[in-house]
Design a protein around this ligand. Structure first.
Ligand code: PLP
Length: 265
């Protein structure tokens, strides 16, 4: 085993989930699992467990800026993952900071609702994310309901409808889009990677578990870590999906809460 490969620094800008399944906590565990050094800036505290969200306490925008500037004045960041962003002023603060520092990779997970169904970001926040942060991202990772909301469109029900959505997603001006097909149901979990006018399927196997809390956060963080480690985009997505399948299989051994259980990181 060689120990001389440098370990990249990765940053998550996201909300906190005390139950440890999603948000900042999931992101940091995922970064470690994938071999990156994780740092974080918190956009909001949530009070939640596996059954639901009881409260959301946004961090004041000036303090989000201070977290980012203080960290980035000292630490060279190779890749950034953005999760829960609930207002235009926070979206703009993140955009201004990242435009000034320009990390190699920016991955945006357009977080909207928790697995419990509780709304984390309202329509005004979603519009801000779409207009301010999507064009800055090298990759966005919407699932089918999130893609439908971003486009104000119907949710795709088939692979063909996912392919048909690709040009409209590309028009949102992110560098690339990973349209996650898990909501199609069925045996497989096909994701469509849309990049530079071309689309490719990245196939996956559905893992039978109800422990799905944090799957979106964990996948986008795993991709971010792999990009920081030097993978190409298709390699990063493929490796991250394979890792998530193992994590989901392992989650069957967890006994955390009585609601939507977490992924094992
Ligand atoms: N970010 C935060 C802070 C959350 O609490 C959640 C869900 O509870 C999410 C993001 C989205 O989670 P998931 O990965 O399950 O879509």
């Amino acid at each position: 085993m060689t120990h001389d490969r440098p370990i990249p620094n990765v940053l998550t800008i996201a909300g906190s989930d005390p139950s440890g399944g999603a948000g900042i906590q999931a992101d940091l565990k995922t970064f470690s699992a994938l071999g990156a050094y994780g740092t974080s800036a918190v956009t909001a505290l949530t009070a939640q467990n596996t059954r639901g969200v009881r409260g959301v306490h946004p961090v004041p925008v000036e303090f989000i800026r201070l977290q980012l500037d203080t960290l980035l004045d000292d630490v060279e960041i190779d890749a950034v993952k953005i999760g829960m962003v609930a207002s235009r002023e926070v979206a703009e603060a993140i955009r201004d900071t990242l435009q000034a520092r320009r990390p190699r990779w920016i991955v945006l997970d357009p977080v909207m609702v928790a697995k419990s169904g509780d709304v984390l970001v309202d329509d005004v926040g979603i519009a801000a994310v779409r207009e301010v942060l999507v064009p800055l991202a090298d990759l966005i990772t919407p699932n089918l309901p999130e893609a439908a909301v971003l486009l104000g469109d119907a949710e795709p029900r088939t692979r063909d409808e996912m392919v048909a959505m690709a040009p409209r997603l590309a028009a949102l001006r992110a560098g690339a889009t990973l349209l996650k097909g898990g909501h199609l149901g069925g045996e497989s979990c096909p994701d469509l990677l849309i990049s530079h006018g071309a689309s490719q399927w990245i196939e996956g196997t559905r893992i039978g578990t109800s422990n799905l809390h944090g799957t979106g956060c964990s996948l986008s963080s795993a991709i971010t870590a792999r990009l920081a480690l030097g993978d190409t985009l298709p390699q990063a997505v493929t490796t991250a999906k394979q890792w998530l399948e193992v994590a989901l299989t392992e989650s069957r051994r967890l006994d955390v809460g009585r609601g939507h259980g977490p992924v094992h990181h």
